[in-house]
Design a protein around this ligand. Sequence first.
Ligand code: CP
Length: 305
Amino acid sequence: VDHLLGIKYLNEDDIQLIFETADHFKEVINRSIKKVPSLRDITIANIFFENSTRTKLSFELAEKRLSADIVNFSAGQSSVKKGETLVDTVNNILSMKVDMVVMRHPNPGAGIFLAKHVNAAIINAGDGAHEHPTQALLDSFSIRERLGDVAGKKVLIVGDILHSRVALSNIYALKLQGAEVKVCGPKTLIPKYIGDLGVSVETDFQKALAWCDVANMLRVQNERMDISYFPSTREYAMQYGLTMERLNQLDKEIVVMHPGPINRGVEVTSAVADSSHSIILDQVENGVAVRMAVIYLLASKIKSI
Ligand code: CP
């Protein structure tokens, strides 16, 4: 069975095929009839062991727009609370004739583990601090839409790189497509292995902004860290928060991205988030078409559609 467990397992051609398919679905969504009958024989379970707004709703909408049948599972209201294991939980769901599982889980590698133990296509919707492949795909798709191409673009990823699945998946995706990638943030939040990924580090935020075409502003993942990692939210905002003052000091326009949820006034001010520099809501919009593409391409390997 094929899966989407991480960008690490894709090549450039896979990414281009997903984007071309997403282009088609974006056109469909923009028409007044937003649905295609492609996946009428497919049933998908969305199983979320961690909170989500964008990813969960975006997958659900993508599945509905493809005419798949869906079931939604939230761990908090399930028999996981009575001690049922992940594999038992998923095998019970699969026994109800489910073909594909979209899973978010707090443990890095949870999707990889599940794929080895159950007989269904697995899509990783975020596994702890490891990977968030569909986020990276929609991010690159949005850069391509705004700037025409990802190849050759200078992309800066700012903030909590250490705990960010969005950062790791973006780094893999951007490097595959020939972008230059730099990270910027407090030293305590930049992993030691970052150089091994072909990524450089710049600790001076203003210098890093002057270098880039695109700044992807990450949320500080307080839920994944010991509070002693970084002094305070106020200090973070002062050193690494993106303000209009910082943007106005540049001699060019840069594109501002954020995967959400935003801490307004910390990673970006409201003025920046709501400005014409920002493609934050385009990212969310594109998430549906990109996820339709991923689901459609995986489903076509399960059933002839
Ligand atoms: N970007 C993202 O993964 O957001 P959610 O946690 O709301 O799904």
